[in-house]
Design a protein around this ligand. Structure first.
Ligand SMILES: NC(=O)C1=CN([C@@H]2O[C@H](COP(=O)(O)OP(=O)(O)OC[C@H]3O[C@@H](n4cnc5c(N)ncnc54)[C@H](OP(=O)(O)O)[C@@H]3O)[C@@H](O)[C@H]2O)C=CC1
Ligand SMILES: CC(=O)N[C@@H](CCC(=O)OP(=O)(O)O)C(=O)O
Length: 342
């Protein structure tokens, strides 16, 4: 389906619009001349409310009601695409119903990211109810995606986006030793945990701590992307948005700085949402933007790669928008550049 015509807008719904990444999506769709935000939904458990009342920064910018979701909308709403910014299990339940209605689905949760259903109980804590969809879902790390996106698009996780964009250039270029297990430490801002209240993410509790040692659900996703084992340790930091990932690998003997540089240039020279930093990237410089900032330092056979993204944008909503732009054959950065609405 090609709709490269601003008069025929791609009719869109956002489920989970009351949450952090869903609200960002509402803003990006509104800013995109090729898409029309037709519906915004929250869970069934609340009253309809303007998005601008849930997020006052959208006053006089986005005029849409956030409605309580019910399956009745499956029959009444007319849209081309639904963006799901829902808990994993809710996405898993709702996505097949939308697909059955002929609606393209871009899912921001982890429900369809892993190819092996057997990993879901271990890393997500539940057995997958629709394993048949895992092979159909196309994973949209767009800088590396070459296959067509299809009807069910699984948008990468925030940490896997930061880490995979950092590591894939040198891995794909064959510069890393075969037995190297990349070591990744990544710190996320608190919006990574979503808008719902919880003690561990409340203002007085958050400092800087690691969590999820070896067991975090993003570990198998990163390993699936890289094709090798990793040691992945996420951290929670006391800032609102952004992820800074530090990735360490061993290079093959004799790999030069020029070869490393060339690998990054070859991978990203035509990728508009990747920026090379001149010094260690700072989450403050990517917050509110759809960019991934990369920086690397080499000492002999050791390479450290730093990656910074906004977890809610390049790590979620902007990446979904980027994929939807490509899926519907409109400019890849429509609605994303020059700046996201924040
Ligand atoms: N936050 C982040 O940095 C990132 C998040 N993601 C993923 O995106 C998804 C959303 O995350 P986030 O925005 O943080 O989450 P939030 O907790 O901020 O928002 C979740 C939204 O989903 C709605 N919802 C919850 N359950 C249901 C249901 N059963 N049916 C319909 N709607 C429901 C909520 O409605 P209500 O408000 O009424 O409760 C809310 O609007 C998650 O899967 C997350 O893993 C992906 C990348 C990064
Ligand atoms: C700080 C924080 O809690 N971050 C979340 C990850 C963000 C997220 O929602 O995960 P997805 O990218 O898979 O959707 C976590 O560690 O579970």
């Amino acid at each position: 389906m090609s709709l490269n015509n601003q008069n025929v807008k791609i009719r869109s719904a956002v489920l989970g619009a009351a949450g952090y990444s869903g609200a960002e999506l509402c803003a990006l769709i509104t800013a995109n001349p090729f898409f029309e935000l037709c519906y915004a939904f929250a869970s069934g458990g609340r009253e309809a409310e303007p998005l601008a009342s849930l997020y006052p920064r959208f006053q006089q910018q986005i005029d849409i009601m956030v409605e309580p979701w019910s399956d009745a909308f499956l029959d009444s709403m007319t849209v081309d695409v639904a963006f799901l910014a829902l808990p994993h299990e809710a996405s898993e339940e709702i996505a097949p119903k939308l697909l059955a209605k002929g609606i393209k689905v871009f899912d921001l949760s982890g429900a369809f990211r892993l190819k092996q259903a057997a990993l879901y109980p271990q890393y997500y804590g539940y057995a997958h109810q629709h394993p048949e969809l895992l092979s159909q879902a196309v994973y949209s790390l767009m800088e590396w995606q070459t296959a067509p996106l299809g009807d069910l698009v699984s948008v990468p996780g925030c940490y896997p986006t930061a880490c995979s964009l950092a590591l894939l250039p040198v891995l794909k270029a064959g510069l890393v030793t075969d037995d190297c297990i990349p070591v990744i430490s990544a710190t996320s801002g608190v919006s990574g945990a979503g808008r719902k209240a919880s003690l561990s993410t409340s203002f007085c509790e958050v400092g800087l701590n690691a969590y999820g040692f070896f067991k975090h659900r993003h570990r198998p996703e990163i390993e699936q992307n890289l094709g090798r084992k990793v040691v992945f340790t996420p951290h929670l930091g006391n800032f609102k948005r952004g992820i800074l990932a530090t990735c360490v690998v061993n290079l093959k003997k004799g790999v030069t700085a020029q070869q490393v540089n060339d690998a990054f240039v070859a991978a990203y020279q035509h990728k508009p949402l990747i920026r090379f930093s001149q010094k260690s990237p700072n989450v403050a410089d990517v917050a509110g933007t759809p960019f991934c900032d990369l920086f690397w330092q080499q000492d002999g056979e050791q390479l450290v790669i730093m990656s910074a993204i906004d977890n809610l944008l390049k790590g979620a909503a902007a990446q979904a928008m980027q994929a939807a732009n490509v899926r519907f054959d409109v400019p890849e950065t429509a609605g994303l550049l020059p700046g996201a609405l924040v």
